[in-house]
Design a protein around this ligand. Structure first.
Ligand code: F6R
Ligand code: ZN
Length: 190
């Protein structure tokens, strides 16, 4: 049977899709080993396993030809000087891309290739970001009070490789500096 076209809305200001099949919550404990200031991480975790980000997924078959869509919401906050962020990943099928559309908040997409190229793009409302094939990606919320909210779409067969980032981290980090966010080299991934 052929699938029928469908629509959904992203009502402001919450921007939770009107059609949701899956809601993922990722807490501080899911980001073990990723934040630079590990002492502060351990102290924060001992107090509370804070909610760092959420994903609302619209399910489609995970096969070539399909597009998987959803909303990613990274909450504001920091571990030491490092802003709250997603785990980040490469797509298991490296030659797959992704498009992000920023709806609310301020932040960055931190990206790198397995060969060591790096790129960090600003995310702000109205901005569309194209993540080409091969680029691992992590979103970082730098708003003080507001969530970073993005819509995303990527190929159904992409899959997710979290292990590479869990082992080595990203080459670039986003830290709070004296004049706002700063992009710095990750001393643990050089
Ligand atoms: C899918 C994708 C986004 C992220 C979401 C959460 O390929 O890039 O939907 O999955 O922003 O981040 P992760 O998956 O890194 O926990
Ligand atoms: Zn992705």
């Amino acid at each position: 049977m052929i699938d029928l076209p469908f629509t959904f809305t992203l009502p402001m200001p919450q921007v939770i899709p009107s059609k949701v099949d899956n809601h993922i919550e990722r807490r501080l404990s899911a980001l073990r080993g990723q934040f630079l200031d590990q002492d502060t991480y351990s102290k924060m975790l001992a107090t509370e396993d804070r909610l760092i980000y959420e994903v609302y997924e619209i399910k489609r078959p995970e096969v070539e030809g399909e597009l998987l869509m959803g909303i990613s919401i990274v909450h504001p906050g920091k571990v030491g000087k490092e802003f709250f962020m997603t785990k980040g990943h490469f797509h298991s099928v490296l030659e797959t891309s992704e498009v992000y559309y920023c709806l609310r908040g301020e932040g960055y997409m931190v990206m790198e290739t397995p060969e060591g190229a790096t790129s960090v793009e600003v995310l702000s409302p109205g901005k569309v970001l194209y993540v080409p094939p091969r680029w691992g990606h992590r979103s970082v919320c730098t708003s003080r009070l507001e969530d970073l909210v993005t819509f995303f779409a990527y190929p159904g067969n992409a899959g997710h490789d979290y292990g590479t980032i869990e082992l080595h981290g990203f080459r670039k980090l986003v830290l709070e500096g004296v004049n706002g966010p700063e992009i710095v080299d990750n001393p643990r991934s050089q």
